[in-house]
Design a protein around this ligand. Structure first.
Ligand SMILES: [Zn+2]
Length: 357
């Protein structure tokens, strides 16, 4: 009866089975209800340990790349339906088990909760960023200190080792279109931020932290986003063509370089096709900036253009790179129709696939 009822408690259970479960649960005494709950939790823990093992196999095969995801996290959230926190907890546990295999049995037995293992792994990741590494023995010792502890107790245990650990960066949704971001900054950055706020004070004396952050994000994208660079270049070229046609009426004998000097645009940008052809003739791996801009413009901020065999598009924005569809070494050209945007992971994945074939 016990096993049958737990199996039928699943989401796929029919309405009739669901009513049977409800009737069964309501018939239990308080004591039996707790016994049954504990038994169900044991099954849940065992299943979690199995899921973590499946994650490890998926990770070892890099199966997520084949399914157009740039990371196991993206795969777990987008393809397997986990929320961000649940996916991260399982991935963290997987990383811990890779180093300390005995942790799997401890999760299964309940000695260590999945949350505790995940928090310890997050702690180790953050410590690594600060160039503090832990030996296997030290990791084991931290985990031993977290056995049978609540989440709060585990956090306290980790804070004893590094008080800054509680100041973990977070970004969580609050409302349907808002996020709450939390992180700590150094005293030095706080001074710089005050100075920046003062600089913006002319335009907005009461600029909020949110507005300041928005401005910085906007400035960063304006400087580093290749799609925006491409858009700016395109506008400059169009403006230049318009100037050029006007000047050809005014002065047909203008010297090379004069137009650039007048408009503030380099000559190399004026005749982009000529520049590109010169590069092609040299069979250089270098892709002309005009062509790169064309590829970024065509991408329209869609991110990684990798498409799986099942037709899934990656779309990751992580470390995007321009890649040759037909490899350069195989004679592939540097023209836009032989170029695509890929995330770093898919670029590496496709490169490795060439050798597997
Ligand atoms: Zn990708």
């Amino acid at each position: 009866m016990q096993i049958d009822f737990r199996a039928s408690a699943s989401a796929s259970a029919s309405a009739k089975e669901s009513r049977m479960v409800d009737n069964f649960l309501s018939s239990l005494s308080d004591t039996d209800l707790l016994i049954e709950t504990k038994a169900a939790i044991k099954i849940e823990r065992e299943a979690t340990a199995v899921v973590v093992r499946f994650f490890k196999e998926i990770n070892d095969r890099e199966l997520y790349l084949k399914h157009a995801c740039s990371s196991l996290f993206q795969f777990a959230t987008e393809k397997l339906g986990y929320c961000a926190a649940s996916a991260q907890a399982r991935i963290n546990a997987m990383r811990m088990i890779q180093v300390l295999p005995e942790v799997e049995a401890k999760i299964e037995s309940g000695a260590l909760s999945l949350t505790a293992v995940s928090k310890v792994q997050t702690f180790l990741n953050l410590e690594k960023k600060e160039n503090r590494t832990y030996s296997i023995e030290e990791r084991r010792e931290i985990l031993d200190a977290c056995v049978s502890k609540s989440t709060r107790e585990v956090e306290r245990e980790l804070a004893k080792r590094n008080p800054n650990i509680l100041k973990i960066e977070t970004m969580k949704p609050v409302g349907h279109d808002r996020f709450q971001v939390s992180f700590s900054i150094s005293e030095e950055t706080e001074v710089k931020m005050k100075k920046l706020r003062a600089l913006f004070a002319h335009a907005n004396p009461n600029i909020s932290l949110e507005q300041l952050f928005e401005k910085l994000v906007e400035l960063g994208l304006e400087k580093f986003d290749p799609a925006r660079k491409a858009e700016r270049t395109q506008k400059r070229v169009e403006k230049n063509i318009s100037h050029s046609s006007k000047m050809s009426f005014a002065d047909k004998n203008s010297e090379p370089g004069k137009l650039g000097a007048l408009t503030g645009i380099e000559d190399s940008e004026i005749d982009l096709d000529r520049s590109f052809r010169a590069h092609e003739m040299k069979r250089s791996r270098y892709v002309a900036s005009s062509v790169r801009h064309q590829v970024w413009s065509r991408n329209q901020n869609q991110g990684c253009e990798f498409v799986s065999e099942m037709g899934e598009l990656c779309g990751s924005q992580l470390a995007l790179q321009i890649d040759h569809v037909e490899g350069f070494a195989l004679g592939g050209s540097n023209q836009a129709d032989n170029l695509r945007v890929l995330c770093a992971k898919h670029n590496r994945f496709l490169w490795k696939s060439q050798f597997r074939a």
